[in-house]
Design a binder for this molecule. Structure first.
Ligand SMILES: Cc1cc2nc3c(=O)[nH]c(=O)nc-3n(C[C@H](O)[C@H](O)[C@H](O)COP(=O)(O)OP(=O)(O)OC[C@H]3O[C@@H](n4cnc5c(N)ncnc54)[C@H](O)[C@@H]3O)c2cc1C
Length: 530
């Protein structure tokens, strides 16, 4: 899977595509897999890198959403729990079972959460991840040795899924390509073309690598641009009212000592009424998230000072040793593409979770939902797209479709387990060239062979692609990612056949992004435009 091959497929395709998908996040790539697996002819264009938007910035949970259960939204929870089970079945190399503990400090919490979480497990039916259980104080402390002991009565343990969002997305891109879809990153859609009746029948796009503009036509155009949904819709009709109310959420990453066990902490009610998680993830501790309405989405959002303080304060209430600013290894920010209720009346299909909306121009937008339910969203979207584009009716087949890298025992591959069936090929690279086995930075487990693999097989084009989404270095530890950048640039330059200027430009561009993940003074936002 190389970008050159994909561009070649694109250029060789003179006829109209069945479906063009705009946006290479979980939603768009999910749609591309579904449509291609049904046998439709699919093109997906991503303006930046696959997963550059929200889909690499989630809390990394494949979950039913305990919060929705409390709100009485049982069908939504059941659907997500089912999708959680399907995803673990189809991508066991990237989705794993994780124990979550709700610590109890009040007498009523054990029976209240005990019952709620029992229902949560019952709703998962045959897709269950494990029974919930009330824990004594001693059991809770054994599983969560760093939990705040003062007033602790015990806890309730339940099970949910955990995953690596960007790695799953990259493997989904490969899956879509294997099913026959053409997917190109760094191709920004700048316009929509229309037929004589004013119906959208294609796109105008710019190849961000060489500046060339091209057009492609399709029977249906699907807008899967997440937080940018309205900007795309307004390319067809600038007068349209907004359907997205963007809201950002941040996560802070600390070292593993803050949560050394194998269990996560789930706080059901923070002081602002939200759910907060502290999760062991890739040898680190991930804490989040917040929910802050923002006026406009940006591709590289920044954490606000009050969000950072809120997470530090809340974490400090539950952890024996309160983390401080100096302990933060990385901060990352994602934007929720929430659909406003005002627009609900004129949507073609409305689920409480995701929304499929068709404008008068025939542009189909799919937004909202969550990572966990991407497959179900895609099924729903392609059903609508097929009707809209008068495509031959074909059944969805993704329930039983393995994601690229599928392996029943990925743990055999140790540090490379998230590559699943690709891991032996990466090991071979290291055997052939032992210098590729050297770590990219002391504090991180990533090695040079992963960089070479990412360029050769995963369409990585920039240093940031490798350090943010093919590996997760920038999300785990900004300082270590900065240390690794020069070596990554050299390895990539060799693979791509680029020169010293390319390397220098890449390092400057990477540093601009890295600032958003760092708590250094110049990185943190706070103004209305962040
Ligand atoms: C803080 C936070 C935590 C979350 N945690 C979880 C979780 O733990 N579990 C879960 O299930 N869900 C979670 N979610 C929800 C989930 O992450 C999102 O629902 C999902 O990632 C949205 O994917 P998307 O593809 O719709 O949007 P995006 O991932 O943002 O993708 C949209 C893409 O469109 C591209 N694009 C935009 N304009 C153009 C253009 N003109 N041309 C071409 N491409 C364009 C962008 O570059 C981007 O890559 C979380 C969300 C947030 C914000």
């Amino acid at each position: 899977m190389t970008r050159a091959q994909m561009l070649h497929r694109l250029q060789a395709h003179a006829a109209a595509w069945d479906i063009i998908v705009i946006g290479g996040g979980a939603t768009g790539v999910g749609v591309a897999i579904d449509a291609a697996a049904r046998g439709y002819d699919v093109l997906l264009l991503e303006g930046s890198d696959f997963g550059k938007g929200t889909s690499s910035r989630s809390t990394k949970l494949v979950h039913g959403g305990v919060r929705y259960l409390e709100q009485g939204n049982v069908s939504l929870v059941m659907e997500a729990l089912k999708e959680r089970g399907i995803l673990r079945q189809n991508a066991p190399h990237l989705v794993s079972n994780l124990a979550f503990i709700v610590p109890n400090y009040d007498w009523w919490e054990a029976p209240f959460y005990g019952l709620g979480l029992k229902i949560y497990n019952v709703l998962s039916g045959k897709y269950g991840f494990g029974p919930s259980q009330i824990l004594s104080r001693e059991d809770t402390l054994q599983r969560l040795p760093t939990i705040n002991r003062e007033g602790l009565r015990g806890g309730v343990v339940y099970y949910d899924g955990q995953f690596d969002d960007a790695r799953l997305l990259i493997n989904m891109v490969a899956t879509a390509a294997e099913q026959g879809a053409t997917l190109v990153n760094y191709c920004h859609v700048t316009g929509l073309t229309k037929d004589g009746n004013g119906f959208v029948n294609g796109v105008v796009a710019r190849d961000e690598e060489n500046g060339n503009t091209f057009t492609a036509s399709a029977k249906v155009v699907v807008n899967a641009t997440g937080p940018f949904t309205d900007a795309l819709r307004r390319l067809a009709d600038p007068s349209l009212e907004a359907m997205i109310a963007p809201s950002q959420g941040i996560h802070l990453v600390f070292d593993r000592s803050f949560l050394p066990g194998e269990s996560a902490i789930m706080v059901p009610h923070t002081s602002d009424g939200r759910v907060m998680f502290a999760i062991p993830w890739r040898g680190h501790t991930l804490v989040g998230t917040t929910d802050t309405p923002i006026p406009e989405p940006t591709l590289e959002p920044s954490a606000r000072e009050e969000e950072i303080q809120f997470i530090l304060t809340t974490a400090g209430q539950y952890l024996h040793k309160a983390p401080s600013r100096a302990d933060v290894l990385s901060v990352f920010t994602g934007i929720r593409p929430l659909v406003t209720a005002a627009n609900a009346s004129n949507t073609a299909a409305l689920s409480r979770d995701h929304t499929i909306h068709i404008d008068a121009s025939g542009l189909l937008s799919i937004a909202g939902g969550k990572w966990t339910t991407y497959r179900h969203m895609a099924e729903d979207c392609v059903n609508h797209a097929a009707t809209l584009g008068q495509l031959l009716e074909r059944e969805c087949v993704t329930r039983q479709l393995n994601i690229h890298g599928f392996h029943p025992h990925p743990e055999r591959f140790g540090q490379l387990s998230s590559y699943g069936s690709d891991a032996p090929a990466i090991n071979e690279l290291m055997e052939r060239e032992p210098e590729l086995a050297a770590p990219l930075a002391e504090a991180l487990p990533y090695v040079g062979a992963e960089v070479v693999w990412a360029v050769r097989h995963e369409m990585a084009r920039t240093v940031e692609d490798v350090l943010s989404r093919r590996t997760r270095a920038l999300f785990l530890n900004v300082k270590a990612a900065r240390e690794a950048a020069a070596r990554v640039a050299s390895l990539m330059a060799q693979e791509l056949g680029t020169d010293a200027n390319w390397k220098a430009r890449q390092l400057v561009a990477f540093e601009q992004v890295a600032r958003h993940f760092s708590l250094e003074a110049d990185a943190v936002g706070g103004g209305p435009d962040n």
